[in-house]
Design a protein around this ligand. Structure first.
Ligand code: SAH
Length: 207
C-alpha cells in the first residue's frame, strides 16, 4: 500500500529536519514513517506537515516537526530503551518514540486528549506503548526506573523528584522555563545530574 503523504513527509524531513542538522538515522526514519496527518488534520488552510506547532484542542498544541525530531535525537535512543513521556497530547511524539524505543510509558493529564491519542495509537497497532491518565509531576512509579524521560510541556523548574525514576546513565529532556524556555538535557552519571541548556523554545506549561 502506498501512502499519499509519503512525499510530503520526505519533503518535511529534507527541508525542516535534515537541513537543520538532525542526523540520527533512527530519528529521520521515524519522522519519515509516522503519519502526522492522523494526529492533526488538515484544517483552515494549515497542513500537518507545515513547519510549526498546531492546535490540538483544549488549549494544547502539537509541537513543530523539527522540535519533535530535535528532542528525540537528544535522547540518543538505540532501540532497547524504556521511555517515560509526560504529556501525551495528540500522541504524535509518542509514536515517534515508539518507533525507536523498546517501550514507551506515556502520561497525559487531560482525559479527552489521552483517550483520543490512545485510540489513534492502538488503531496504528503500536503495541509497545502503555497509557496513563493523570498528572505526570510524580512520574509513573510503577514501571520506574526508566532509561529516558521526556517532558513535552514546560515546567518553570524541572521537577527534581523525577530523577529518582531515571536509571543510572539515563537521559531526561524537557523544555524548562515560564515565559522564556530552553530545552534542557539532563544526564544521570554516578548518581549526579549533569545539565546542558540548549535551544530556546515555546511550549505549553507543565501543570
Ligand atoms: N508531544 C505532544 C505535545 C502535546 S502539548 C504532541 O505531539 O501532541 C503538551 C501536553 O502535555 C498537553 O497535552 C498537556 O495537557 C500535557 N501536560 C501538561 N502538564 C502535564 C502534566 N503535569 N502531566 C501530564 N501531562 C501534562
Amino acid at each position: 500500500m502506498t501512502d499519499p503523504y509519503e512525499t510530503l513527509r520526505e519533503w518535511m524531513v529534507e527541508t525542516q529536519i535534515h537541513s537543520r542538522g538532525i542526523r540520527d538515522p533512527r530519528v529521520l526514519a521515524a519522522m519519515r514513517k509516522v503519519p502526522r496527518h492522523e494526529f492533526v488534520s488538515f484544517s483552515q488552510g494549515s497542513s500537518p506537515y507545515s513547519d510549526g506547532p498546531l492546535p490540538i484542542g483544549k488549549g494544547q498544541t502539537i509541537s513543530q516537526p523539527y522540535i519533535v525530531a530535535y528532542m528525540t535525537e537528544l535522547l540518543e535512543l538505540r532501540g532497547v530503551e524504556t521511555v517515560l513521556e509526560l504529556g501525551t497530547g495528540c500522541g504524535y511524539q509518542t509514536a515517534v518514540l515508539a518507533e525507536i524505543a523498546a517501550q514507551v510509558y506515556t502520561v497525559e493529564v487531560i482525559e479527552v486528549l489521552a483517550l483520543d491519542a490512545e485510540a489513534i495509537l492502538k488503531r496504528m497497532r503500536y503495541d509497545n506503548i502503555s497509557y496513563k491518565i493523570g498528572n505526570g509531576r510524580n512520574g509513573w512509579e510503577e514501571y520506574s526506573p526508566y532509561d529516558r524521560i521526556m517532558l513535552t510541556a514546560a515546567p518553570a523548574q524541572f521537577p527534581k523528584n523525577l530523577f529518582d525514576q531515571l536509571l543510572e546513565g539515563g537521559i531526561a529532556v524537557a523544555p524548562v522555563g515560564d515565559y522564556f524556555q530552553r530545552i534542557v538535557r539532563y544526564r544521570k552519571e554516578k548518581g549526579k545530574i549533569k545539565e546542558e541548556t540548549l535551544i530556546g523554545v515555546s511550549f505549553v506549561p507543565f501543570v
